[in-house]
Design a protein around this ligand. Structure first.
Ligand code: SF4
Length: 62
């Protein structure tokens, strides 16, 4: 799985970093991806974060 943040859409709410702290961290104005090539053990958390993101700013491909 590959993941990125649409920084135009991100409102820096912090939800993704709470759900998947191994993959997302909070930058100044938006979330940042610290693990672009997501290992299998974190894929479920990325899906949860994407579903929970209020602005659908988390984009991933499998
Ligand atoms: S959950 Fe979505 S809006 Fe909130 S910080 Fe993460 S990417 Fe940004």
């Amino acid at each position: 799985m590959n993941v990125r943040i649409n920084k135009e859409a991100c409102i820096a709410c912090g939800v993704c970093a709470d759900i998947a702290p191994e993959v997302f961290t909070m930058g100044e104005d938006a979330a940042e991806v610290v693990l672009e090539d997501v290992p299998p053990e974190h894929e479920e958390a990325v899906r949860d974060a994407a579903e929970s993101c209020p602005t659908e700013a988390i984009v991933f491909s499998e």
